[in-house]
Design a protein around this ligand. Structure first.
Ligand code: ADP
Length: 753
């Protein structure tokens, strides 16, 4: 099979009109008849602009997006994908001043804007060819052969295909590459809905637990959620699994049907029984009215109170509804704006917001929206009690969707389920009091003393974010796919400075809301870091959409470097040097009081065979000076196989939990990029580790002494794990690692501490 470069690299992302005109008029090919490029429209998200040189001048034509992958030049004929459109105008002008000819080289058009094609990855999934799938996905240029997000003519991604067939093993691999689980096929279904429709309970579990799929996502055509699909078709195991992972019992279809009503109508008797059992045994809400219920109905006063006493995004309270007696109103802060929602109370029986699920009490409503966004702009995070009531730090903040499944699954099991599903902690395990978590959006600010307990996070006020003008930046080919968009190679010339090669993390149009906040949070952490084994942030672009400009680490992700055979296999000495460098970077991070929370070979970048750098600070958080851990308020897409048991069970992250991940990273390195725990699910791994004392096996070419270090990173008791200082010491001082010392000054530079 050939992965030769495709010729369609005429795409230039979000460059300005002036920049585009400059590109088609300068350079050796400038001003050639038919020279063109395509760029994203800055004014109309989702649309594009064709810039071309013809008849002695620059022309710009709007390429209008009609949805579902269809495009046209102004009101011209429709084409599936930008590539089809370009190919058409390469053959004939059809209204343009000339036909398209050569192009200014940029990158490939984004997958979402390309003709929908069955890719090699689709075929590997449908044939359940695990080996081929892994090889295809680890190709650094997988953009050319498709990606986990590419859609075929039916709009199905490889994840849809795997979910439809219930291939948990292939799903598990695909999820490793963080696919977008909100993509819908042409019938409006997400992968989770297909798993539920086709009766694949294990696929549902892995999609939610590993991939962070949202059980409340609706089918775009029918408005059904996964539980409707499973109940309607009588898939009992799927119904049970969905309930175990905290899916609400009574979501409503646009026709107001709950899953129980659908099951009853279509004579799915067993499903009806389970849903009725669950209705009576549903766990009590973990939140109390004293925490958020006010007597005062006044809207302005509620907003004032949230602004004064709240903790920003996600601060909320519930008050009587002044216009409709018996009803309530939810007031919620998001982006410094108050949002008000009516909470309907129907005959004292059902409580609900808008077209959301039905609940039997007000606390149950609050509980649900503390776990699921489900149409609100953000989760309910910080209850603001009525004046005079002070919340203790142990107030009942429920865990997120993925924490909830672990902490509370046992209470949700209908009697016919096995008593303890795999990966669930024993029911007698005490649930630790959950302190008020640190305000997730507050990274740059010093929080008020009562927000983080006794300690203070590091002071990040001294670091100025460098704003980069987009004109100083030229974007090139894609280096990889990030969670929120692609990472592109680029060139940056600071005003009056020298041109340097950079990596530019971009944000997809559809990821702009939350993506932008996550992006900014990552940038604010990265700008404070200065160490030779940590990727440097150069700055962020001004205006929207934001782009993050980082130093270019030319050989890409370590896991690909080790696995895909493009580079010579590094020997053990080199691996040890890298292990020491990673430990050195982590020591620095520890001194700066950050936990990384996503240390894995995919997030180590290779600069040369003597230098690797830690990257991807998207999940990183500051820890308090005395508390030594960060408590996550949201689950999201957690890399569970890299996580210490205490992080999965209680959501606590510390330097010791980073050390667990460091151990898994070492294992990946010494097994040359194998995925840890193969095809096991996250829940199975946790069960094996905690209850059966299982650990990853020694990779064949790994020296015993190094395997021992790995095992010490995986002590159940966090204090028993070696520290980064000790690990660094072990890799650099051992006489058999003499070679490392010659590179010492490279990574021992203490950075800016
Ligand atoms: P995300 O955090 O959104 O998942 P990553 O930071 O992991 O995104 O980047 C995705 C991919 O882009 C990486 O696996 C790597 O191949 C490439 N990449 C990211 N940053 C750089 C960089 N600074 N230099 C070179 N390649 C990079």
């Amino acid at each position: 099979m050939s992965f030769a470069t495709e010729p369609d690299r005429w795409f230039h992302g979000k460059i300005t009109r002036e920049n585009a005109a400059h590109l088609v008029t300068t350079g050796p090919d400038g001003r050639r008849e038919g020279l063109f490029l395509v760029r994203e429209s800055l004014r109309m998200p989702g649309s594009f602009v064709l810039t071309m040189w013809a008849r002695n001048q620059v022309h710009h034509f709007q390429v209008v997006g009609h949805g579902d992958g269809w495009y046209s030049v102004d009101n011209g004929p429709l084409f599936q994908g930008l590539d089809e459109l370009v190919n058409h105008y390469k053959c004939r002008p059809d209204g343009l001043p000339s036909q398209l000819h050569d192009f200014v080289v940029g990158s490939h058009p984004p997958l979402s804007a390309r003709k929908r094609l069955e890719t090699e990855i689709h075929r590997a999934v449908t044939n359940r060819d695990i080996g081929l799938l892994q090889r295809l996905l680890s190709q650094p240029s997988s953009n050319q052969i498709g990606s986990v997000n590419s859609q075929n003519a039916e709009g199905s991604t490889p994840v849809h295909e795997a979910a439809k067939k219930g291939f948990v093993d292939t799903l598990d691999i695909l999820l490793h590459y963080k696919p977008d689980l909100n993509i819908r096929d042409s019938k409006g279904s997400t992968a989770l809905q297909l798993a539920a429709r086709n009766g694949h309970a294990d696929s549902i579990r892995v999609l939610v637990e590993k991939g962070g799929a949202d059980v409340q996502e609706r089918n775009a055509t029918t408005g059904w959620v996964a539980l409707h699909e499973a109940a309607f078709r009588g898939h009992l195991n799927c119904v049970k699994t969905l309930l175990q992972i905290n899916a609400p019992l009574r979501p409503r279809t646009p026709d107001e049907d709950t899953p129980r009503e659908l099951a009853a109508r279509y004579k799915q008797r067993e499903v009806v029984e389970v849903l009725e059992w669950a209705s009576q045994n549903y766990p009590k809400p973990r939140t109390k009215t004293t925490e958020w219920l006010h007597k005062e109905p006044d809207r302005a006063r509620a907003v004032q109170l949230l602004q004064k006493k709240g903790k920003g995004d996600g601060s909320f309270l519930i008050r009587p509804n002044s216009r409709r007696p018996g009803y309530y109103a939810l007031t919620l802060m998001y982006n410094s704006q108050p949002y008000h929602y009516e909470v309907v109370c129907e005959g004292d029986l059902w409580y609900f917001i808008d077209d959301g699920p039905l609940f039997d009490s007000l606390p149950a409503v609050v509980d649900h929206y503390m776990m699921f966004v489900d149409g609100l702009p953000t989760l309910l995070k910080y209850p603001v009690p009525p004046p005079g009531i002070r919340l203790s730090s142990g107030h009942s903040k429920p865990p997120s969707q993925s924490q909830g499944q672990i902490l509370f699954a046992n209470t949700r099991l209908p009697p016919s389920l096995p008593p303890k599903p795999i990966g669930m902690p024993p029911s007698h395990r005490p649930i630790p009091p959950i302190p008020i978590p640190m305000e997730p959006g507050a990274v740059p600010m010093l929080p008020a003393p009562d927000e983080v307990g006794p300690g203070k996070p590091p002071n990040m006020r001294n670091y100025e974010m460098v704003a980069i003008k987009k004109e100083c930046l030229t974007l090139g080919a894609e280096l990889g796919q990030g969670e929120f968009g692609s990472v592109l190679r680029g060139k940056y010339r600071p005003a009056g400075g020298k041109m340097i090669d950079v990596a530019v993390k971009t944000l997809r149009v559809d990821a702009m809301g939350t993506g932008e906040q996550e992006f900014m949070r990552e940038a604010k952490i990265m700008i404070t870091l200065n160490h030779p084994c940590i990727v440097k942030l150069i700055g962020v672009t001004m205006g929207k959409p934001m782009m993050m400009v980082q130093e270019l680490v030319s050989h890409g992700a370590l896991v690909d470097y080790l696995y895909d055979g493009k580079y010579p296999k590094p020997n053990i000495i080199t691996l040890k040097l890298w292990a020491a460098e990673i430990a050195s970077g982590m020591m620095y991070l520890e001194k700066k009081r950050f936990v990384h929370r996503d240390l894995a070979a995919r997030n180590i970048l290779v600069s040369s065979d003597t230098v690797v750098k830690i990257s991807d600070f998207g999940l990183s958080r500051a820890v308090g000076a005395n508390s030594n851990y960060y408590k996550a308020s949201q689950g999201g897409r957690w890399p569970v196989k890299w996580y210490a048991p205490e992080s999965i069970n209680y959501g606590t992250f510390s330097h010791a939990s980073d050390i667990w991940s460091y151990g898994v990273t070492l294992w990946e390195m010494f097994s040359y990029g194998e995925p840890p725990y193969g095809e096991m699910t996250g829940a199975e791994v946790l069960d094996m580790i905690e209850n059966q004392g299982f650990r990853l096996e020694k990779p064949p070419s790994c020296p015993n002494s190094i395997y021992k270090l790995m095992l010490s990173c995986w002590s159940l008791e966090p204090t028993q794990r070696l520290s980064f200082v000790e690990l660094h010491q072990a890799f650099q001082d051992n006489p058999e690692h003499r070679d490392i010392s010659s590179h010492r000054d490279l990574y021992q530079n203490p950075g800016d501490l």
